[in-house]
Design a protein around this ligand. Structure first.
Ligand code: PMT
Length: 208
């Protein structure tokens, strides 16, 4: 069986001791893909941000909080994998400074300075010997156009596009796959079913 590395869920970027920035990803899509890959006979490592889901039956499970921690965890696991599926909704930015105490309220506007996070998928796809990389693209508009641009920029054999406002947190979704052969639509279905179809599609691409 193939060795598959998957990231899932949101990342949490701390502002102070009790606050941070997060997004609406539930982890459902990534967990469903981890289970589907495992059921298909793969050896699965799942790296997950903070989610509230039961742990799926995978060979290895790593829990992380921030994008930087997720990158470190991916670096540790990536050498041993054949396929990398980047389902996590990684925060593009994090607060520039972390305040270890709870920030006190004052009657003044408060500015939060953000700095870009490392792009984990870009890092993996640009390794000297990258695994087969599958990216996701969550967009609120111009789904096809933005997804194809991300596939090019991140140098991916396959990108999976979904509408962020429909996909995030939901049990069902619609996926649009872009690869060298073109565009394939996986019509609306439970994420567990979409995950099964996606794993099958990846298997077919790898046979070529
Ligand atoms: O978790 P659910 O509630 O089930 O929702 C599923 C989902 C909508 C989160 C999922 O299907 C999805 O689209 N995941 C990717 C979300 C995202 O961050 O997309 P993006 O278009 O911003 O990023 C493009 C790709 O680069 C993604 O594969 C992402 O994992 C990766 N990335 C992005 C930024 C970053 N710093 N590092 C990354 O690796």
């Amino acid at each position: 069986g193939k060795r598959v590395l998957i990231t899932a869920g949101p990342t949490f970027e701390a502002i102070d001791a009790v606050r941070g920035i997060i997004n609406l990803s539930s982890g459902k899509m990534g967990y469903a893909i981890a289970s589907a890959a495992s059921n298909a006979g793969a050896t699965v490592t799942l790296i997950a941000g903070p989610v509230h889901l039961p742990k799926p039956a995978v060979q290895k499970f790593v829990s992380v909080t921030s994008a930087e921690q997720m990158l470190e965890a991916v670096k540790k696991e990536v050498d041993d994998c054949d396929i990398f599926i980047s389902v996590a909704a990684v925060a593009d930015y994090r607060p520039q400074t972390y305040e270890p105490q709870k920030i006190k309220k004052v009657n003044q506007p408060l500015t939060l300075e953000l700095v870009p996070n490392p792009d984990i998928l870009h890092y993996v796809a640009h390794l000297e010997k990258p695994p087969f990389c599958v990216g996701f693209a969550a967009e609120t508009e111009k789904l096809d156009q933005y997804a194809q641009k991300k596939r090019q920029q991140k140098r991916l054999p396959l990108i999976v596009a979904n509408l962020a406002q429909e996909a995030m947190g939901a049990n069902e979704s619609t996926l649009i796959l872009f690869d060298d052969q073109g565009k394939h639509i996986l019509p609306q279905a439970p994420k567990t079913e979409l995950a099964r179809q996606l794993i099958k599609h990846i298997g077919l691409l790898l046979e070529k």
